[in-house]
Write a protein that binds this ligand. Structure first.
Ligand SMILES: Cc1cc2nc3c(=O)[nH]c(=O)nc-3n(C[C@H](O)[C@H](O)[C@H](O)COP(=O)(O)O)c2cc1C
Length: 206
């Protein structure tokens, strides 16, 4: 399913699991070229960019979104970090192969989002593993009450699209509005990523 994955060479920084959750970068100034000033109506929405990234690609995209929107960012950090051996998809007995073969696997997350209630829009980013979101993203979706919130999924991959990954995550939440997601590339510039974000038609808090 993932023979076209190229990125096993740029190696996982699995030891770099520092939580930069909620780097509170919201400030009054917003120097980015937000194009949504013409559709500010009654309410602006506070945004969280949450992501899981085993080897840094999704992290880069998540940072583009968070920087572009001046939004909070939260890394889903596994309690038990993924080693290179864990990430070996050529090994039928590797941790990821075992987890992805079990739809009910729920790897534990270290830490949590403080005050999820304050967010109206949550971007959720992840790498595609065997055509799906990693099971730890399922753990994340089941850990909070997302009702009334808008969820915007995005992924990176070695070539596959989102497939049914987001639809399957959506099943784990109730009462949230899921927008159709986007497959992004680790080589996309911030401007390219923001072009997609600004085209979503959401009102972001500035
Ligand atoms: C266990 C595992 C399974 C993968 N399965 C797929 C796949 O099915 N399709 C694909 O295009 N890429 C697959 N990949 C490649 C990753 O999706 C890709 O390298 C991604 O950008 C990594 O993101 P990250 O650096 O944020 O972890 C897989 C990678 C791993 C480690």
């Amino acid at each position: 399913a993932c023979g076209n994955s190229a990125s096993q060479t740029e190696q996982p920084s699995t030891e770099d699991t520092s939580v930069e959750s909620k780097a509170d970068t919201n400030s009054a100034e917003n120097s980015t070229d937000m194009e949504n000033t013409d559709n500010q109506d009654v309410q602006d929405h506070k945004v969280l960019v949450a992501y899981f990234s085993a080897t840094g690609t999704t992290k880069g995209v998540a940072e583009h979104i968070a920087n572009g929107l001046n939004a909070d960012i939260y890394e889903i950090v596994p309690e038990d970090p993924y080693t290179d051996a864990d990430l070996n998809y050529n090994d039928n007995n590797s941790r990821t192969t075992i987890e992805m073969n079990d739809p009910n696997a729920r790897p534990a997350i270290s830490g949590s989002v403080e005050n999820m209630e304050q967010y109206d829009i949550i971007f959720v980013g992840y790498p595609i593993w065997w055509g799906e979101a990693p099971r730890i993203v399922s753990t994340f979706m089941e850990s909070y009450d997302f009702s009334g919130k808008t969820i915007v999924p995005f992924c990176t991959s070695g070539g596959s699209g989102m497939g049914s990954s987001a639809a399957n995550l959506e099943q784990l939440t109730t009462g949230a509005q899921w927008l159709s997601g986007e497959h992004l590339s680790g080589s996309d510039s911030q401007d390219e990523v923001m072009e997609w974000v600004n085209g979503l038609g959401l009102n972001f808090e500035e």
